[in-house]
Design a protein around this ligand. Structure first.
Ligand code: SAH
Length: 196
């Protein structure tokens, strides 16, 4: 991770603490610490460790920050952010995964502030605004709803486009102004509307 440009010690420490093998199907156990994506059920994948590190670093978290995650999936990214002492609100649209990961969070004692079965396109207006929003699925475009749920100074980290996606950082500079920076190609499963 260091040799690939991950320099934020709080990200590296958090990733050292989370037992990634427990977030994979047991058939992939022996590969858990390689830099690969794996199936986690319901046609979804756990992100590459490097991708998790890269997105986590872009958030520039401070302890106690209020963070919204779209796409809980296996719960691995969420666990890393919890180890970084953020308050996490996380949304998953697939019920099968939602339930499986809920059991794992309990077993490992990872406690998001809220874990919601729902459609991430809506964000979480009742808990907004957030210091950061992290989207862990590939978005065809940047949802306005999510921009409106950022604090001033808040950061949205979102992979945009379709196969591959361009990692994009949006910073809310004022009530009406947003700046944008891009960081190269990544591959994610799609950000889909609705829930099932
Ligand atoms: N952060 C996850 C990545 C899982 S893959 C991890 O660490 O394992 C992306 C996830 O986004 C999938 O579980 C998929 O079901 C979910 N997703 C896709 N569209 C969504 C939406 N509209 N709302 C919430 N989750 C969504």
């Amino acid at each position: 991770m260091r040799s690939k440009g991950i320099t934020d010690e709080s990200v590296l420490d958090a990733m050292n603490k989370v037992p990634r093998h427990l977030f994979l199907d047991s058939s992939f156990l022996e590969h858990a610490y390689q830099n690969k994506a794996f199936p986690i059920g319901a046609d979804q994948t756990i992100s590459h460790p490097y991708t998790v590190a890269f997105q986590s670093q872009l958030l520039q978290l401070k302890p106690g920050d209020k963070v919204l995650e779209i796409g809980t999936g296996s719960g691995y990214q969420c666990a890393v952010l919890l180890e970084m002492k953020a308050q996490i609100y996380t949304i998953e649209r697939q019920n099968e995964l939602y339930k499986k990961t809920n059991l794992l969070f309990r077993k490992l004692n990872y406690r998001p502030r809220k874990y919601v079965f729902g459609d991430g396109y809506k964000g979480l207006p009742e808990e907004a605004p957030f210091d950061s929003i992290i989207v862990t699925c590939g978005a065809p475009e940047i949802p306005q709803t999510l921009l409106s749920q950022l604090k001033i100074g808040g950061r949205l980290v979102i992979p945009v486009g379709s196969d591959p996606q361009i990692m994009t950082l949006i910073v809310r500079e004022s009530a009406t102004d947003f700046s944008k920076e891009t960081f190269g190609e990544f591959r994610f499963v799609p950000f889909l509307g609705g829930k099932n």
